[in-house]
Design a protein around this ligand. Structure first.
Ligand code: PMP
Length: 383
């Protein structure tokens, strides 16, 4: 039986996406590929909510995070990195690797970024050239309120780079309207596609930064990708992952047919159901409910419970993959993903098995069936 991936990526694939990958390879310097790729690019713009081109790379999300430091800055440039978890910390490491002068604004894991505080730092450091922030911090299940930061930075000489790897398509991010200069995402999360592609949108303001950037780049040189999108038959400078592009073509189409707004609502509802289940199980969320993510719910391990064992039982006995904590949160939390091609019934099954796994490790502080019933009753309201 295939495992049900209730993880924050990779996520399960719709059958139409799987089918798209079983076709013969076509050459990428052809009209046939150009047609597919142009459609992908138009649909990416819709999902990114931007009029600017979205660049496609054969890479995971981290590759595009690295590229977004390399393409816009030079050694010694002062940047501010806001981190609320593992992926914010990754931006700090990347920026340091390339010799940027990093001001770190770190929040404890489980907290949300305080945008007023972030703006104060920017006001006090006029030489900051760019600000990096994670939209949805997958490691802690926190969504940062980036709109306010973006709108503030829009009227400055600084650019904003957002890691939307686990949010784009599932949590609203109005790239152009809010003024986010660079948005980075990956194929394997909310876009209902396999791992292997990374996407980056670049604003006109960010292209001005590109012109001044001295950091070395070859494969990652954004202009090469941009130039190939300006050709009559669009393609990529180097051989694209043709099969994955076919897959994402279908994934994007499914999302847009369903409607972006509907997709945001659907994820918010899945998060609501998961939070409700945690409450009925007398379990605490890691973050406060107000900023708990729509795509992943991080639940604290109760005292004396081996939460890693719960995770393993769910995986091995019930074929449901959820994830544990990363870095300092290892063994302290369990994370239930509700992202992409998963629905209320997948979640219902997950909660049932979560109850059973909790029982198996000796946690008794709940009435068996209460959480499952609460979720089912919520679903029943819509019948
Ligand atoms: N940023 C965030 C917010 C993520 O969730 C992830 C993947 N979990 C990444 C970056 C890194 O993406 P990848 O594993 O595709 O390199």
């Amino acid at each position: 039986k295939p495992k049900l991936l209730m993880t924050p990526g990779p996520t399960p694939l719709p059958p139409e996406v799987i089918a798209a990958m079983s076709q013969q390879i076509i050459h990428h310097r052809t009209k046939e590929f150009g047609e597919i790729f142009s459609r992908v690019n138009e649909n990416l713009k819709k999902v990114f909510q931007t009029k600017n081109n979205v660049l496609t790379f054969a890479a995971s999300g981290t590759g595009a995070m690295e590229a977004s430091a390399v393409n816009f800055f030079s050694e010694g440039d002062i940047v501010l990195v806001v981190s609320v978890g593992v992926f914010g910390d990754r931006f700090i490491n990347i920026c340091k690797t390339f010799g940027l002068n990093v001001i770190e604004k770190k929040y404890p894991y489980g907290d949300v970024a305080n945008i007023d505080e972030v703006i104060e730092i920017i006001e006090a450091n006029k030489d900051i050239k760019g600000v990096f922030i994670t939209h949805n911090e997958t490691s802690t299940g926190v969504t940062n309120p980036i709109e306010k930061l973006a709108r503030y930075l829009k009227n400055t000489d600084k650019i904003l780079i957002v890691d939307a790897v686990s949010s784009l398509g599932a949590i609203d991010l109005k790239t152009d309207e809010w003024g986010v200069d660079v948005v980075v995402t990956g194929s394997q999360k909310a876009l209902m596609s396999p791992p292997g592609l990374a996407f980056v949108s670049v604003s006109e303001k960010a292209w001005e930064f590109y012109k001044k950037s001295q950091l070395r780049k070859f494969y990652w040189d954004f202009k090469k990708y941009q130039d190939n999108l300006l050709k009559e038959s669009q393609d990529t400078p180097f051989t694209p992952a043709v099969t994955l592009i076919r897959a994402v073509d279908v994934g994007l189409k499914l999302i847009l047919d369903f409607g972006l707004e509907n997709n945001f609502k659907r994820h918010t509802r899945l998060a609501h159901l998961t939070q409700l289940a945690a409450e009925k199980l007398n379990l605490e969320l890691l973050p406060k409910k107000e900023y708990s993510s729509a795509v992943i719910t991080a639940i604290k391990s109760p005292e004396g419970v081996d939460i890693e064992k719960v995770r393993k039982i769910m995986n091995q006995k019930y074929d449901i993959m959820v994830t544990g904590g990363q870095a300092t949160l290892k063994g302290k939390i369990i994370r239930i993903g509700h992202m992409g091609y998963v629905d209320e019934f997948d979640l219902l099954k997950t909660i049932e098995c979560f109850e059973l796994a909790l029982l198996e490790v000796g946690y008794r502080n709940f009435d068996v069936g209460e959480a499952t019933k609460a979720v089912l009753q919520e679903i029943a309201k819509e019948v």
